[in-house]
Write a protein that binds this ligand. Sequence first.
Ligand SMILES: [Zn+2]
Length: 318
Amino acid sequence: MHSDPVAALDIGGTKIAGALVDDRGRVLLRAQRPTRAREDGETVMGAVAEVLTELTRSPQWSDVRTLGIGSAGPVDAIRGSVSPVNVPGWRDFPLVDRVRDIVGGLTVELIGDGVAIAAAEHWQGAARGHDNALCMVVSTGVGGGLVLNGKLHPGPTGNSGHIGHISVDLDGDLCPCGGRGCVERIASGPNIARRALDSGWEPGADGDASAAGVAASARAGDPLALASFDRAARALAAGIAATATLVEVDIVVIGGGVAKSGEVLLDPLRRHLKEYATLSFVQDLTVAAAQMGTDAGLVGAAAAVFGSAVTKAPAGAA
Ligand SMILES: [Zn+2]
């Protein structure tokens, strides 16, 4: 079976990547620009336009009918707008309309970046063959997406599976999202580093005070570093257990920069899951490391397009 390649955009706080992806998940062509997230919204849009223009110059572009966008959230797939927390110049930014202005009559599908990661891991990665999966990114933030009954579950606005902002600590610290005690407020890389420093942990000889530096100390047995990772792992375990109990996933896939610390995170996570995932139907939950690399967002945005019966009308209908 063969179908035409699709275009994919992966929009994050650091980089804007674009690609043409074939129906086996291979990246045929890619383009990338820095996001320049601190600048105004039009500057950020300028980078998107440059990426798309580069793609449209490809001879393969004439075969492209659909474009999938995975964006840092929150996104609003109904209105076609995005308000990424880490791109302050974009609030209710009409990304889908602006992209259509550049690519003409293509069908455009928008999902959150966590949903895109879930689509990629389900299609090509660690969640392949699992009909019910939670896929997560633990990095500067904590995001996620769900596969339910064998299909990606973006939810009405494209944000379903946003596990970073469910509360696991009723009286916990205020989160930038407005909530309290969110998973992300405890388990993200910056929060792991902050908590370690607050407890008196000191970076090693390389001076790395990030979560990666804390992970290196934890591997060397530093109790303060181990304690900060343990706390993060508990928050993740509580959030994962709640999700599994609600919707019965049988695997959780974890990727992202913090997850690269490997067993420093995954070992306490598996241990704490036994405390929180206690009912019979969630006791056998598998924790697996993500398999998709840096292309996960692009491949996932493409997967969402390939996987959905795309019926949304192109621009001009309104
Ligand atoms: Zn939050």
